[in-house]
Design a protein around this ligand. Sequence first.
Ligand code: SF4
Length: 450
Amino acid sequence: MALTGLDIFKLTPKKNCKDCGFPTCLAFSMKVAAGGVEIGKCPHMSSEAIEKLSEATAPLMKTITVGTGDTEYKLGGETVLFRHEKTFVNRNRFAVLLSDSMDDAEVDAKIQHMIDVNYVRIGEEMKVEFAALKYAGNKDKYIALVNKVKASGLKVAYILIVEDVNVAKEALELVKAENPVVYGANKENFKEMVELVKADNIALGLKSESLEALYALVEEVQKLGYKNLVLDPGSASVKEAFENTVQIRRINLQGGDRTFGYPSILFVDELAKGDKFMEVALSTLFTMKYGSIIVLSDMDFARALPLYGLRQNVFTDPQKPMRVEPGIYPINGADENAPIICTVDFALTYFIVAGEVERSKVPVQMLIPDAGGYSVLTSWAAGKFTASSITKFIKENGIEEKVKTRKLILPGKVAVLKGDLEENLPGWEIIVGTAESMFIPKFLKELTGK
Ligand code: SF4
């Protein structure tokens, strides 16, 4: 809840000494409430008052950091319920569950899948970010599992899923330096769990049997002075998990209640009960609302392609179009003699055109100049995709030295650029391509005779 000038006035020393540059403490307080001046401008404010005010003006939802180096991820920190209101801040992360109840072959297969699914799409690395290591009762096997994942070369952060504090302690020693999440604090063990993670400020995952009990548990943990938390909305049923996840976010952001102002962890592996397709469906649901870590039973390309694509769409600024890096990209094994097809850097256009070029199986170089991230006609109308901008890109990037071909295919919708390009690029054959991408394969085959 935002503080009013009167709330702040109650905390000022009321000296009216003007050291803050304002004639009265009340005038100063009103300005602070309006965000026009920092509370620290009053040198007489007590440290308790400053602490209280900074707590009250802190973001509603905490941002927590887990992992280290290349596997460091920020979770939470959201400010809106809907992407179109502003933007979502920290994308959800995907985890794969491994447990000491699995045999070696199963664990090895899952690790291999995690290694295999690792690709870049529009500048973003698509991979499993967490290994969720669940303790199922065999301590020696569990410790061996933690060591095995560490030794596998997987670049992941860790979640230790364990309610037994002694086992958690032993496992944490192995991955403490990787700044993992320790999940498994409940109403019985939370004091020992907080004790375990406090010194190293390790994120602690809380679980409870109901939303009300979870709220009470967060309050208890906060009373111990610990606020580096991840909340489990529950996995008794899909209905309950979804309701609780949405309620937690609403209570936090709409209700202004910081008790629920933490990122969440959703166990879709449990909710889907072994149904791979249900697992993907639930993961899409919680990508949109409002999972921070989504734990799956496995990650293969069938799961990864829809999930990472959706996540990339949801967690980008709706005001900024997704762009591919300008440059020249060989497709179908194109060499320096292959013709060049030119399109814009708007990611959607790029992937549609690239897909059709791939479908043609004709080797082609794709030239992507900087067109402001807009589609062909929009960037042309905005003056960002013109004969001079394409020429400038070709000259400045040394394209004439990189390739031997002098065939440049234009999108059919900007056929009007042909004349100017012929003038700007003497020696080049400017070819007007198709107006619709679906005709590209036929067009390329006819052009090249392949
Ligand atoms: Fe009041 Fe502090 Fe400003 Fe002095 S410096 S007038 S005590 S708010």
